[in-house]
Each structure stands twice: as C-alpha cells, then as structure tokens.
Design a protein around this ligand. Structure first.
Ligand code: I3P
Length: 126
C-alpha cells in the first residue's frame, strides 16, 4: 500500500475496524465502554477514528483522528483475564494509557497484533 496519513509523511501500515475500549488513563483504571472504532497504524502512531460504519473506507484527507497514541515504548499482549470477549488485545502506552482491542475474527485480531507489535519493535531500534 502507498497511502499516507494526514500529515503526508508516513505510510499507512494498516487500517480497519476493531472494537475498542480504553481501560486506563495515566495508570488510573477506567470503566469499560466498548465501541466500534476505525484504526489507522502509521508512522509511530496508532490513530483512532470514528467508525465509518462500513459505508466508505477511511481516506487520508477525510477526517481527523478522535485520538492518537504514540507507539514508542508501548507494550502489547493478549488480554487473558481482562475481558469475557475473545481475541482481545491488551495495548499499553508508556504514559499508562491502556486499551483493549477486539474482533470476533481471530484472523483480524492476529493481523492487528502482529502489525502493532512490528511497529513497536521497529521503534525500539530507531
Ligand atoms: C461492562 C460491560 C462490558 C464488560 C464489563 C462490564 O458493564 O458489560 O462489556 O466487559 O466487564 O463491567 P457495563 O455495561 O455495566 O459497564 P467485557 O465485555 O470485556 O467482558 P468487566 O467489568 O468484567 O470488565
């Protein structure tokens, strides 16, 4: 793929829909609030957009992210006891923000896990 993020500098590694809930902010636990979100992985960031509800794929210039997290120093693993849902990714930023990311499709969750992990690893060495 050769599409670009809104700043035009970073190649989009991956984009797509996942279920998301933030579970901690700065190390403080939050009440879960699961919602569908459109994710874009580009550069050193994971960006969360309003879910386009399948009507149209996200395009780089169409909108601004609702939020964005820095992947430098972030950690990712499979959530084991954090949810009753299946295929749940546990993602933590260096600032203590934590998210659960989930798809009913094991393949979709696996692809996101590998893509995010790949960027985190790459950032360790750059
Ligand atoms: C939560 C909601 C979540 C559930 C969470 C509940 O209740 O049902 O879906 O998490 O479980 O507390 P509420 O709607 O009243 O906020 P999972 O679906 O991830 O299991 P938890 O409190 O055990 O985390």
């Amino acid at each position: 793929s050769s599409s670009h993020s809104p700043d035009g500098l970073h190649r989009v590694e991956k984009s797509g829909q996942l279920n998301k809930t933030k579970i901690a902010e700065g190390g403080r636990k939050l009440r879960k609030c699961w919602a569908s979100s459109w994710l874009v992985l580009a550069g050193n960031s994971l960006m969360f957009y309003k879910d386009p509800k399948g009507a149209a794929a996200w395009t780089p210039s169409s909108s601004r992210p609702e939020s964005s997290v820095d992947l430098r120093g972030a950690r990712i693993d499979w959530a084991r006891d954090l949810s009753s849902k299946r295929n749940v990714i546990h993602f933590r930023t260096v600032t203590g923000n934590e998210y659960l990311l989930q798809s009913d499709s094991e393949t979709v969750s696996q692809e996101w896990y590998q893509a995010i992990k790949g960027v985190i690893r790459r950032l360790v060495t750059t």
